[in-house]
Structure formats: C-alpha cells, structure tokens
Design a protein around this ligand. Structure first.
Ligand code: AMP
Ligand code: MN
Ligand code: MN
Ligand code: MN
Length: 292
C-alpha cells in the first residue's frame, strides 16, 4: 500500500443487525486498532449510520456509509456491500425495507422447526439477543443455541443447525442481484461483492456471478476480508484485475466473543490494487471537516 493509503475497515456489524456492539463502541474499537477510514455495514439496514457517523467523527475517523444487502442469486444467498451512498435515498430505503420484511415470519418458522427437532422456545430465546426487531437473523438463534448448550460455539451451530438440510433452515427470497446493485448505484454509492470465497460456487458459477454483477454496474470486490483465509486472497485479486474491479477490505467483525478477525486487523491489499475509496473520494465524510 502507498503511504497515502488509509487503514481501512469497510465491513462490520452493530446491534442494528447481528453485531453485539453499538456503533459508538465499534468506532472506539476501530480507532483503538489503528483504523483511519471506517464503514458500518449492517445487514439490510441503515438505521445505525447516523450514530456511526457521529461516533466516527468523535473518534477522528473518516467515514463511509455502508450496508450489506442479502441477495438471492442462482439458488444461493450472496451478500452485496454498498459503500458511500446517500442514506436518505428513497429507492434504497424502500428496497431495504422490502428485504427486511420477511425476517419476522421466517424467524417464527425457524423456531417451529427447532421445536420439532427437540429445541423449544428458540424464537423467544433468539429475541433476547435482538437489538433491532426488524433484523432478527440466524446469528441471534445461534447465540441462543450456544447459551442453552445445544452447541459449544456459533461455528458448531452453523454446521448442525440453520443451514440447508439441517433443522432451523428456512429458505428465503432476498433482493435480486440487479436490484441490490441498482439501489446502491442510484443512491450514489459503489456496489461491492462481499466475501466471494464463502459461496461454494464452482469456478464457472463464480465467473458468471462476477460477470452478472459487472453487467448490472457493480464495481468492486472484497479481496482482503476476515471472511477469507490468506490463501484465498490471490485468486480474488486476480479476478479484481480481470474484471477491472476496485478492491474493498473489511474484518466482517460481529462480536469480541465470536469473531476471529478484530476490527482493523487485516493484512495490506496487494500493492497494485485500486482501493475502493479511490472511487469514493467525494463520498467520504472527513473527520477533519467535522471538527471545523
Ligand atoms: P441471515 O441473514 O439471517 O441468514 O443470517 C446470516 C448471518 O449468519 C451471517 O451474516 C453471519 O453473521 C452468520 N453466519 C452464517 N453462516 C455462518 C457460519 N458458517 N459461521 C458463523 N456465522 C455464520
Ligand atoms: Mn452477520
Ligand atoms: Mn456476509
Ligand atoms: Mn458481514
């Protein structure tokens, strides 16, 4: 990275989705870990961004708006991060509202399935962990399953429950890829493929996914992320070069107790990558401007 390159962490979650820290606590942790450019990217939700921006500026951090949108593509759930958009954009707000809409009924059905598998009251148990009722997620169920001793940690939960073929899995239609990219672009932001190594696509399917994303106007991909292992970085750096995508980076931090990668604790990007912040220089809320 060049000397002017920010220490960026552009992917994490707060109590407004499935993280356990408030936006203010995340901003303080990012600062303590040396981050200089920060974005909050809650799942399908931008209600935490006002608090996050204020907290970022109180900590002297440059800030980008962010969101991680749940998308259904080729019978798989994929995640598209949006960065640097106008959070007051009505089409984006309405779109995200629609994506959140089915989480409540889905969660009740998850609870029924788990009851049938011998784990009663999981819906009520999960609700205890929810900071934002619109955003009940599998993570909240996972915390409850750990609490009652059904699994030793959340990693074990996502092997034995809540995933396809296991109790508590309820398939969901999220946004389409085209919609998610359009909402972000129309709100002036940049769309980013989140943690592509997580999707279990074949090489051909992965190529089709990247091609579709580009054709809809997507411009970036996460290369260095807490959701990838180090040996997966070079492949996505190669795909970024091939597709002409900028590189984004982020810890995907959720919780001090659960996350393997802390805020800001990521290796540098490959030296030749274009950082996604270079596409967003006009959209960064500068800490220095906030104090004047
Ligand atoms: P949902 O949006 O309700 O389907 O929940 C998805 C969330 O569950 C992700 O954002 C992660 O936080 C968590 N999750 C999914 N798969 C795993 C996994 N294998 N290990 C740990 N957490 C996971
Ligand atoms: Mn999550
Ligand atoms: Mn994700
Ligand atoms: Mn995430």
């Amino acid at each position: 990275m060049s000397l002017t390159c920010p220490h960026a962490d552009l992917h994490c979650h707060s109590t407004f989705s499935d993280g356990t820290l408030t936006p203010a606590a995340l901003a303080a942790r990012a600062k303590a870990n040396g981050v200089t450019l920060w974005a909050l990217t809650d799942h399908d939700e931008i209600a935490g961004l006002a608090q996050a921006r204020d907290a970022a500026h109180a900590q002297g951090l440059d800030f980008l708006t962010g969101v991680e949108i749940s998308v259904s593509f080729a019978n798989t759930t994929v995640h598209i991060v949006g960065l640097g958009f106008d959070a007051d954009n009505e089409a984006l707000r309405q779109g995200l509202h629609g994506v959140r809409h089915n989480r409540g009924p889905r969660a009740k059905e998850m609870g029924q399935q788990l009851a049938a598998a011998g784990i009663p009251n999981a819906y009520e148990g999960a609700l205890q962990y929810v900071g934002n009722p619109a955003l009940i997620s599998r993570t909240h169920f996972a915390r409850y399953l750990v609490e009652i001793g059904a699994c030793k940690d959340t990693y074990e939960v996502f092997k034995n429950y809540l995933v396809e073929g296991k109790p508590g899995y309820v398939p969901q239609r999220w946004a389409s890829l085209e919609e998610a990219v359009r909402w972000i672009n129309e709100a002036g932001g940049v769309a980013v493929i989140a943690h592509p190594a997580r999707y279990n696509f074949s090489p051909l399917e992965e190529y089709a996914f990247f091609s579709s994303f580009k054709s809809y106007g997507g411009q970036a991909v996460e290369v260095v992320t807490g959701s990838h292992s180090v040996h997966e970085y070079p492949h996505y750096a190669d795909l970024a070069r091939e597709f002409g995508f900028a590189a984004s980076r982020g810890s995907d931090f959720h919780s001090p107790e659960e996350s393997k990668t802390d805020l800001g604790q990521l290796p540098a990007d490959p030296a030749d990558m274009t950082g996604v912040w270079e596409l967003l220089s006009q959209r960064i809320h500068k800490a220095s401007a906030a104090s004047t």
